[in-house]
Structure formats: C-alpha cells, structure tokens
Write a protein that binds this ligand. Structure first.
Ligand code: GTP
Ligand code: MG
Length: 198
C-alpha cells in the first residue's frame, strides 16, 4: 500500500472530541522520545506532518491524521519521562487510558520500543496491561539505524526472550528506522491486511 494522502485533522485531550469512529484507526504509543512522531512522518513521506523534537515530551495531545481518506493514524504523547511535570503526566495518563480503552475503531496500537535499550519495566508493564485489557497491539523496535546488525540481532533476541517469560507467543513485531525507512513496507502491509479483514 502507498500513502497517497495524509492530512492533519484534529488535536485534543478529550476522547469524546476525537473524529467520529467510523474508519479503521492505528495509534502509536511508547516512551517519550522513542520516535512515534518521526515514524508517522516516515510512513506518510511527510517530514513535518507530526511535530518531532530531540527533547522528550513534544507530543502532548491525541493527534488524528486522515490517510488516503480511508483510515486514521494517531500520534499520542509518550509515557515515562521525568522532564514532563507530574501533574501534566497524570492528565495524559487519564486521557490516554480513556482513549485506549474506549476507542472502538482502534484496530491496533503500535507500542514503540527503542531497540538500543534492554527491556524496560514501564514498557513490559504497559503491554501486560494491554493484554489484560484485551487491546490489540504490535511492537515496533525503533532507531534500528543506531545499532550494528549483530547488536540489533542480540537486542531483538533478548527482548523476545523477556517477552516469552510473560507471554505465550511473541506479539507481532516490526523493526524500524525513520532515518532509513526500514520497516515502512512491513508496517503498511500489516495495516493494509488488518483494514481488509475488519
Ligand atoms: P514525544 O512526542 O516527546 O513523546 O517523542 P516521540 O516519541 O514522538 O519522538 P520523536 O519522533 O519526536 O523523536 C525523538 C528524537 O529521536 C528526534 O530527535 C528524532 O529525530 C529521533 N529519532 C526518531 N526516530 C529515529 C530513528 O529511527 N533513528 C534515529 N537515528 N533517530 C530517530
Ligand atoms: Mg511525538
């Protein structure tokens, strides 16, 4: 699938004000600075569609982008960064929870994980909560360009082993780089398949 058209629709912190849930939707979540907004720009071939920053805590709202007039990509704030004030983080947590549990057209939540780091409790606990809540998700290992192939392979193996302590099967996963475009075809292909099946 090719993304021919991608346009920003609305930002908000209130799930009730999100666009009518009448199309398939895919959202990106993960720790601040993991590369959620960059991945959206990479997938859509638009360098500045979603706002990115070297400083964590850039995305602060639920941002809807309409793709090919048919489905939505959603950029979300990150979790787990102390540089964002606690009161703000609590607010995000509340609306993110409401969004994740209440958005009926959310076909898959992509949980982004920086492939350079070892498995982080915040991510593992978050995925455990998704599983218990019955929220469909996939993992995207980001920033693959920052590792040598052998390091990448090791980190992916370690992550999988860790997941299998908790999960019967490794969830669907992708390796990506917003610098090189790695993972783009695979992620878009996955979305296309889910769109078709639903
Ligand atoms: P918040 O909105 O703050 O939660 O962050 P985010 O997850 O949206 O991250 P963002 O896309 O803003 O990227 C954070 C930083 O990582 C930026 O400096 C990006 O250029 C960089 N970055 C993102 N993805 C990649 C990648 O695949 N490779 C490399 N080398 N850098 C990346
Ligand atoms: Mg962002």
């Amino acid at each position: 699938m090719e993304i021919k058209e991608a346009r920003f629709i609305i930002s908000n912190s209130d799930v009730k004000k999100c666009p009518k849930p009448d199309r398939p939707e895919y959202a990106f979540i993960g720790r601040s600075n993991v590369g959620k907004s960059s991945l959206i720009n990479m997938l859509t071939n638009k360098k500045t569609l979603a706002k990115t920053s070297g400083k964590p805590g850039k995305t602060r709202l639920i941002n809807h982008f309409l793709i090919n007039e048919e489905w939505y990509l959603v950029d979300l704030p990150g979790y787990g960064y102390a540089s964002v004030p606690l009161t703000e983080r609590k607010k995000w947590e509340k609306f993110l929870r409401a969004y994740i549990l209440g958005r009926e057209n959310l076909y898959c939540l992509f949980v982004l994980v920086d492939v350079r780091h070892e498995p982080q409790p915040a991510d593992l606990e978050f995925m455990e909560w998704l599983g218990l809540s019955g929220v469909p998700f996939a993992i995207v290992f980001t920033k693959a360009d920052k590792l040598k192939p052998s390091e990448l392979e090791t980190n992916l193996r370690v992550y999988k082993e860790k997941m299998l302590e908790q999960w019967e099967m490794m969830p669907e996963s992708f390796v990506s780089s917003s610098e090189t475009g790695e993972g783009k075809n695979e992620i878009l292909h996955f979305i296309e398949n889910v769109n078709r099946k639903k």
